[in-house]
Design a protein around this ligand. Structure first.
Ligand code: NAD
Length: 692
């Protein structure tokens, strides 16, 4: 894919910046991306390889502790733009990517690095402030600076249109002025004094993009050329985001490096106490605001989610709604379960428990329900006062970045929530870093590995892992058609890619034939196709590799006597499609009944008693959920009581309630999210014995 230059949008003569980069400059390997504070397209920042921070309205004085009222103050500032461009600049530094700051862009970099501005150059400003056209004046570059090397010139002529400037006595520490106005000595450019570990960075006070005869002026042309070559020379590891329905590359994002992750952790660590000190009631409000933003942006969020994981659009909307329902419970109960708890109150003695945050936690997450599994962790973690490093799955990273954007828009500080972009290798780096707790959602294989890696740190490590969830249909059900439809949905919703999907079905022999008949009819009725098409229930799988896993399971089952009543193979063409597949005559020597399928396939077995059903349901290494369909609650509870799983369902399946603990057993993991246990799971209880 092409390298990308992100140019920050400005209302003022923006096309000049874009046009400055000619077709010849860009050739066939660079393209321009507009980074617009109005659109707040933060995710696009992560796909860029270099940045131009443009000119425009004065930076808000709060950025440099300046006076709110000054000569030539603009009628309106744009804090939204300041914040957006701050994101761009901080990101460029984190990833050591090239930055070119122009006019306001230069002033912004100075204040972000800790410098101050001259708020108005005053009467002596005849040199700089635009009249009808830019002011032309001479500059002198400082010899042997990077600017001097780049331009190859000491004396030059530039154009200006500004009334503020870098404060000569308060330029940010670490910045080196490299060019001055010849007459009044205004600082007209800077670079890093120490360039070790830094990317290309030049900032100029003039407008190289709109100079007269800019192609001949080294203070425009050479700077541009050097910036372009710095962009071409970037060598960041990229993560391709692919649409599983079409196999098209949606975008490429720069992955986090060890250095950028260390910096992100340092940011979280250094400011952790501030977020913890925000009153719980205020944290609750911020999280509730996040939920409102999810609702406001639902259509967009659903479209992004569908584009990268392939789930049908309506299911993406359902997921956002589901996350909001969980947030409602968690935020609504935070004060009840996270406030200090007085256990003993008698004359002269109070004994209480205080629920202190763990600190800075790391959340390594899965792709199948990024809003739901994410919400299970980072919402209670933030509510409890923790700071969070969130690593969305590489298959749901755009959604992870949307989440980050909206959390920050809701009021979670930049310093309390950071996203790690990348796949397993980035996860590995996180395991090396010193977090105060690890919260993992994903496969048993990765979970086991993470648990072992984290163990020596002696910090909490929680694992929500896979399942091979059984469902039993007893002989007393009446509405066979209804049960068949509900249980088929439990097995195939989200293409079977749910940790609590029904993965094995046992049916009492008395109702077996009619149940299987109705089940197959239900499966045959589903519309398959592009997940963006209305009414589609079966879209593509998210990961291509899983197609082979399913092929293997079906071939193995058929080889051992299984009979395929529906589907059974991949759907040819673009996209990772597999037919919804029903296998009967299943048995426990088949992979299909033992290994997590995580796809649209189901094995069905006939049983002749509750005892046989329980025995088979128990015959698994996993222990996430189990369901029983029967007319009798008593019968269901008796059966469920004998199955070693974190959740038991009577006449329902594949569902989660925020009020109940979500926890696995055996290879399905340990620890709980959701419920009061899930809120307190992100805290350390401290015992207070108070006498007097
Ligand atoms: P996965 O284990 O492949 O990946 C999960 C996360 O771990 C990803 O972010 C991945 O980048 C990261 N990772 C991979 N290797 C790593 C390493 N060596 N070090 C650190 N991090 C690493 O799982 P997945 O495919 O994303 O998710 C599917 C699995 O998750 C299924 O088994 C499913 O059942 C399970 N799951 C469980 C629950 C639950 O609540 N119990 C919920 C959703 C999904």
């Amino acid at each position: 894919m092409k390298k990308k230059i992100g140019i920050s949008y400005s209302e003022m003569l923006f096309e000049n910046y874009v046009n400055w980069f000619t077709a010849q400059d860009l050739a066939d390997d660079i393209e321009i991306t507009v980074l617009s504070y109005e659109k707040n397209n933060v995710q696009d920042i992560y796909s860029c390889d270099g940045f131009v921070l443009t000119g425009g309205v004065d930076v808000h004085p709060s950025y440099y502790n300046g006076s709110a009222d000054y000569v030539n103050r603009p009628s309106a500032f744009s804090l939204q733009r300041d914040r957006f461009e701050e994101n761009i600049y901080r990101y460029s530094q984190l990833q050591q990517l090239p930055v070119l700051g122009i006019c306001r862009g230069m002033q912004l970099v100075n204040v972000l690095e800790g410098g101050k501005l001259v708020q108005d150059l005053g009467n002596g400003n005849s040199q700089h402030k635009k009249d009808v056209i830019d002011k032309q004046h001479k500059v002198a570059a400082v010899k042997e600076t990077f600017l001097h090397t780049v331009t190859g010139a000491v004396d030059g002529a530039v154009n200006s249109a500004h009334h503020q400037a870098v404060h000569p006595q308060a330029i940010a520490p670490g910045l080196l002025p490299n060019v001055y106005a010849a007459d009044d000595k205004t600082i007209e450019g800077f670079e890093f004094a120490d360039k070790t570990g830094k990317g290309f960075m030049l900032c100029v006070q003039w407008h190289p993009e709109r100079m007269i005869e800019k192609e001949q002026n080294p203070f425009s042309q050479h700077i541009k050329n050097q910036f372009l070559s710095a962009v071409r020379n970037t060598n960041m590891k990229k993560l391709q985001v692919v649409n599983p329905a079409t196999e098209e590359i949606i975008t490429e994002l720069t992955q986090d490096s060890k250095e950028s992750l260390e910096q992100k952790l340092a940011t979280l660590r250094n400011h952790h106490a501030k977020w913890g000190a925000v009153a719980l009631a205020e944290r609750v409000k911020i999280i509730q605001r996040f939920s409102e933003l999810l609702e406001e942006h639902k259509e967009h969020l659903a479209a992004v989610l569908t584009s990268e994981v392939g789930k049908p659009l309506q299911q993406s909307r359902n997921e956002v709604n589901g996350a909001r329902a969980r947030i409602k419970w968690l935020a609504g109960n935070a004060e009840k379960y996270l406030s200090d708890e007085v256990m003993v109150e008698e004359p002269g003695l109070t004994e209480k428990i205080s629920y202190e945050p763990l600190g800075v936690i790391c959340n390594i997450s899965a792709w199948n329900y990024p809003y739901l599994v994410g919400t299970n962790v980072f919402i209670p973690a933030l509510l409890a006062g923790n700071s969070v490093m969130y690593k969305p799955s590489e298959y749901a990273v755009l959604t992870g970045l949307e989440i980050e954007k909206l959390l920050k828009q809701a009021g979670v500080p930049e310093t309390a929530f950071q996203v790690a972009v990348g796949a397993g290798a980035v996860g590995e780096v996180l395991l090396d870093l010193p977090f105060d707790g690890y919260f993992f959602t994903g496969s048993y294989k990765t979970g086991k590995y993470i648990y072992e890696r984290v163990a020596p740190k002696m910090v909490p490590c929680q694992c929500e892992l896979g399942g091979k969830d059984p469902l039993y249909v007893a002989d007393d059900i009446e509405d066979i058609k209804g049960v068949a439809a509900a249980t088929a949905d439990g097995a195939f919703y989200n293409n079977g890619q749910s940790c609590c999907s029904v993965e094995r079905i046992y049916v009492h022999e008395k109702v077996y034939d009619s149940y299987v008949d109705e089940f197959v009819k239900e499966v045959a009725s589903w519309k398959k196709g592009l997940p963006t098409e209305s009414g589609v229930y079966i879209g593509p799988l998210t990961r291509k590799e899983q197609l082979n896993v399913l092929d293997n399971q079906i071939n193995d089952a058929v080889g051992k006597g299984g009979k395929v009543l529906a589907g059974g193979k991949q759907i040819p063409g673009k996209g990772y499609y597999f037919e919804p597949t029903v296998v009967v005559n299943a048995s426990h020597d088949m992979l299909l009944m033992k290994d997590e399928s995580f796809g649209p396939v189901i094995g069905i077995m006939k049983v002749n008693s509750d005892e046989e059903a329980v025995k088979l349901m128990q015959d698994t290494e996993y222990g996430l959920t189990a369901s029983v369909y029967t007319a009798s609650r008593n019968r269901a509870e008796t059966i469920l009581g004998k199955v070693d799983s974190g959740t038991g369902y009577w006449n329902c399946c594949d569902c989660v309630s925020a009020a109940l603990p979500w926890s696995g057993r055996k290879h399905s993991g340990f620890g709980s999210t959701l419920s009061h246990a899930g809120l307190r799971g992100f805290t350390r209880p401290k015992a207070y014995h108070l006498r007097g």
